[in-house]
Design a protein around this ligand. Structure first.
Ligand SMILES: *[C@@H]1O[C@H](CO)[C@@H](O)[C@H](O)[C@H]1NC(C)=O
Ligand SMILES: *[C@@H]1O[C@H](CO)[C@@H](O)[C@H](O)[C@H]1NC(C)=O
Ligand SMILES: *[C@@H]1O[C@H](CO)[C@@H](O)[C@H](O)[C@H]1NC(C)=O
Ligand SMILES: *[C@@H]1O[C@H](CO)[C@@H](O)[C@H](O)[C@H]1NC(C)=O
Ligand SMILES: *[C@@H]1O[C@H](CO)[C@@H](O)[C@H](O)[C@H]1NC(C)=O
Ligand SMILES: *[C@@H]1O[C@H](CO)[C@@H](O)[C@H](O)[C@H]1NC(C)=O
Ligand SMILES: *[C@@H]1O[C@H](CO)[C@@H](O)[C@H](O)[C@H]1NC(C)=O
Length: 368
C-alpha cells in the first residue's frame, strides 16, 4: 500500500467480515459508584476552611473573596501541590468521583485545518444527548506543542506527553517508523493510567459522541474491556469480531494492567504491525484466556462507524470515521453525519441516518 500523509492516530483498515448485527446489547447499566475518598479533596477542603477562617474577619464580610494582599501572612502559605506528578494531578482533576475519565490523543494534524478534527469532536459533545457534561471529564493528551497550546486555548484538560528522542510534531506517514513509535507510546501511556488506578474510555477524535456511552456500557465488574468493532458478528463474546481500538472502555485492575503490559511488550516482536492488530492477535491467542480479561465486543448498532453504519438513529451512540484514510476525508464525511443528526434532532425524522454514502472516505483509498 502506498503511504500518504495522515494524522497520528487512526487510519482505519477495512476488515471484511460477515455481518449480522441483530443481537441488541443489554445495555442497562448498573450504577456502582465506588466512592473513593480522595485524600487530596480532603486536604483541599481543610486548607480552604483555614483560609476562610483566617481571612474573613478582615475582609469586609466577604469570606469567599480573596483578602487583599497586605493581610496575607507569609506563614499561611501552603504548598498545594500534593500530587506525585503532573499526570497524577491532571487525572485527579479530570476524572469523575469513581476514578473514571475519557482520554483522547491528538497531534498537530488533528487541531489544524479549516475545521479541525478536535473541534468536530467537541461539537459532537455539544450536539449529542447527555454528552455536554462529559467534556469536564475529557483529557486531551497532546504529543506536540501546537496541539498542547490549542488544547489549552479551548479550555480543556490537557496533558503533554513527552517522548524522548522522537519528534511527533509533523504529520506522520501511515505505518512509518515514527507513526508506529507514536502508537506504542500511546499504549505505554494508557497502561500507566491503568496502573494509577483510573478506568477510562479511550476515544479517537474522529468518533462523534451522539449519546452518552455510559448508558450502553456495562458498568459493573462483569467486563474488564468493552471494545468497539469494525463489523459486529452478532455475538458480544465472540473473538472473531474484528476490534477497533478507536473506542473502548477499560477498567483498572490487575488483569487489564497485565494485558497492557503484554500488549506493550510485543512492540518489537510484531515489527511493522499496528498496535490494534497486535491487540487483536493477543485476544485470539490461547494465553489470553489465562489473563482472565473479560471482553465485550460492542455492537455497531450502538458503537458504529463507516465500516458498518448504524442505521438506527434512535439507538446510535457513537459514529467513528473508520475505514477511511485521510483526515480531510474523515472531516468531510463526519460533517454529513452531524448534519443528519441535527436533522433528526429538529424533525424527529429517522429515515436518512446511516444511509449516506461516505464518498470522501471511500475515495481516500484511491491512488492519487
Ligand atoms: C452487571 O450488569 C449487567 C447488565 O446490567 C447484568 O446483566 C449483570 O447481572 C450484572 N452483573 C453483576 C455481577 O452485577
Ligand atoms: C512545592 O511547590 C513547588 C513549586 O510548585 C514544587 O517544586 C515542590 O516540589 C513542592 N513541594 C512539595 C513538598 O510538594
Ligand atoms: C462514574 O460516575 C459517573 C457519575 O458520577 C457515572 O455517570 C458513571 O457511569 C460512573 N462510571 C462508572 C464506570 O461507574
Ligand atoms: C458466542 O461466542 C461465544 C464465544 O465464542 C460462544 O461460546 C457462544 O456460544 C456464542 N454464542 C452464540 C449465541 O453463538
Ligand atoms: C493485584 O495485584 C496486587 C499487587 O501485586 C496484589 O496485592 C493484589 O492481591 C492483586 N489482586 C488480585 C485480585 O489479584
Ligand atoms: C518475541 O521476541 C523475543 C525475542 O526476539 C522472542 O524470544 C519471543 O519468543 C517473541 N515472542 C513472540 C510471541 O513472538
Ligand atoms: C419521534 O418519533 C417516534 C416514532 O416515530 C415517536 O415514538 C416519538 O414520540 C417522537 N418524538 C417526538 C419528540 O416527537
Amino acid at each position: 500500500m502506498k503511504s500518504s500523509a495522515v494524522g497520528v492516530m487512526d487510519v482505519d483498515d477495512h476488515h471484511d467480515q460477515p455481518l449480522s448485527s441483530t443481537i441488541k446489547s443489554m445495555g442497562i447499566w448498573m450504577k456502582k459508584n465506588v466512592r473513593v475518598f480522595d485524600v487530596s479533596v480532603l486536604s483541599l477542603l481543610f486548607v480552604g476552611l483555614i483560609y476562610i477562617f483566617l481571612s474573613s474577619p478582615s475582609s469586609n464580610n466577604k469570606p469567599f473573596l480573596p483578602p487583599r494582599k497586605p493581610h496575607c501572612h507569609p506563614t499561611i502559605m501552603y504548598n498545594m501541590s500534593t500530587y506525585r506528578d503532573e499526570l497524577e494531578e491532571v487525572l485527579a482533576k479530570t476524572s469523575m468521583a469513581n476514578k473514571s475519565l475519557i482520554i483522547a490523543v491528538v497531534n498537530k494534524a488533528y487541531v489544524e485545518g479549516e475545521k479541525s478534527m478536535l473541534e468536530m469532536f467537541l461539537d459532537s459533545f455539544w450536539l449529542g444527548e447527555n454528552t455536554r457534561a462529559l467534556r469536564d471529564h475529557l483529557l486531551i493528551v497532546t504529543v506536540d506543542q501546537t496541539s498542547y497550546e490549542r488544547c489549552k486555548f479551548l479550555g480543556l484538560h490537557c496533558y503533554k506527553l513527552e517522548t524522548n528522542g522522537v519528534d511527533f510534531v509533523g504529520e506522520k506517514l501511515y505505518m512509518s517508523a515514527d507513526f508506529i513509535k507514536m502508537m506504542w507510546r500511546r499504549t505505554l501511556f494508557l497502561g500507566d493510567v491503568l496502573k494509577r488506578g483510573y478506568n477510562f474510555i479511550f476515544t479517537d477524535t474522529d468518533v462523534m459522541w451522539l449519546r452518552n456511552p455510559f448508558s450502553r456500557l456495562i458498568l459493573n465488574e462483569t467486563f474488564d474491556l468493552q471494545i468497539s468493532t469494525d463489523n459486529f458478528n452478532g455475538n458480544e463474546s465472540s473473538k472473531a469480531n474484528p476490534i477497533n481500538t478507536g473506542f473502548y472502555m477499560v477498567r483498572s485492575n490487575n488483569k487489564t494492567i497485565a494485558l497492557f503490559n503484554t500488549w506493550y511488550s510485543r512492540k518489537d516482536n510484531f515489527t511493522g504491525m499496528k498496535e490494534q492488530d497486535v491487540l487483536q492477535a493477543i485476544i485470539r491467542e490461547p494465553m489470553f484466556t489465562g489473563l482472565g480479561v473479560n471482553v465485550r465486543f460492542l455492537d455497531t448498532l450502538y458503537f458504529s462507524g463507516f465500516c458498518q453504519d448504524s442505521r438506527d438513529v434512535r439507538a446510535v451512540v457513537t459514529v467513528h470515521a473508520n475505514c477511511c484514510r485521510s483526515i480531510s476525508a474523515k472531516v468531510a464525511d463526519l460533517m454529513a453525519v452531524i448534519r443528519d443528526w441535527k436533522r433528526f434532532k429538529s424533525t424527529n425524522e429517522s429515515l436518512t441516518f446511516g444511509s449516506t454514502e461516505h464518498l470522501a472516505c471511500r475515495n481516500s483509498w484511491r491512488r492519487h
